[in-house]
Design a protein around this ligand. Structure first.
Ligand code: FMN
Length: 281
């Protein structure tokens, strides 16, 4: 597939700077079986974290998208799960179920859980400027900027959305689209550099996803598939999900099956994270 890239906003100088940094980053990658070379050229055992402080310039390109398979583990190996509530209604059904899933995740061994709600947040839609093809960052300055680091730091992401018109909410779709900058890293500007990036990895790759859908009546499976495709596009591992029924605030809490599924989702996410860590560690 041929990718046609847009003209560079920052000019040739910017292109050279970006490529130089990316090339340097890639050249730091170890290829040995039991060892790896971290971003700071330190030789480490395969499961040994790099604890060197990142120089400012290096941070920008730390994302796995540019690093191929040989990504070093973050110094912290705590299990972190973030729940994203994509309902604009505060303390509604989705909020309730995502919190239930996170509580179950904690009981199953997650050391850190966090809820992020879109209610009262400004998350603009992607405007297709394609700047992230150059920088792997989104230039839209809104509340999504606070969500990126939470997604990147988490091992597991539980996305919860009510069904709106047989699909996810506009807020959920905005979040999904705004993660484009986390996938565009592998679309390096230079074909040679692109060839060096072994797989189309992304910054969210190998994180574990769980889905919570709340619906009054119909459309749950379409919404579920949207979240599922979002995880798959990011090369995440999908642990499963829940569908719960309810229209008015609090109604979904009496859907026992939905509630049980939400809790199961939280536990399944943690189980998959632990399995993945055991395999890679
Ligand atoms: C704009 C809008 C569209 C909706 N579309 C659907 C729909 O297509 N199918 C359905 O079963 N329920 C639909 N609902 C109902 C919500 O899915 C339901 O009330 C859900 O419990 C809301 O979750 P929340 O409390 O987390 O906001 C819609 C509600 C709104 C406000």
């Amino acid at each position: 597939m041929v990718t046609v890239l847009p003209p560079l906003a920052g000019g040739r100088q910017r292109e050279v700077e970006v490529l130089t940094t990316l090339t340097a980053t890639l050249s730091h990658q170890g290829r040995g079986r039991g060892t790896k070379t971290c971003l700071h050229s330190q030789k480490l055992k395969k499961n040994e974290p790099c604890v060197t402080n990142m120089p400012e310039d290096c941070k920008k390109f730390e994302m796995p998208s540019q690093l191929g398979d040989n990504v070093h583990w973050p110094a912290e190996s705590k299990v972190k799960v973030v729940g994203i509530v994509c309902s604009p209604r505060q303390q509604g059904n989705t909020d309730f179920l995502v919190r239930e899933a996170l509580t179950a995740a904690k009981e199953a061994g997650a050391e850190e859980i966090e809820v992020v709600s879109v209610a009262n947040k400004t998350i603009l839609p992607c405007d297709g400027c394609n700047c992230c093809l150059e920088t792997a960052e989104c230039i839209i300055d809104d509340d999504m900027q606070d969500i990126y680091p939470k997604l990147l730091a988490a091992d597991g992401i539980i996305m919860g959305t009510p069904v709106y018109f047989w699909g996810v909410t506009a807020q959920a779709k905005a979040i999904i689209d705004r993660t484009y900058c986390l996938v565009t890293g592998h679309l390096a500007l230079d074909p040679e550099l692109r060839a060096k990036v072994k797989s189309h990895g992304t910054a969210l790759r190998n994180k574990v996803g769980g889905t919570i859908i709340v619906t009054a009546r119909v459309g749950a499976t379409s919404a579920f598939r949207q979240i599922s495709d979002f995880f798959r596009l990011h090369r995440m591992v999908e642990a499963g999900g829940a569908i719960a029924y309810g229209r008015e605030k609090g109604e979904a809490s009496s859907d026992e099956q939905g509630l049980a599924e939400a809790r199961w989702t939280g536990r399944a996410v943690v189980r998959a994270i632990k399995q993945r860590k055991a395999l890679e560690g």
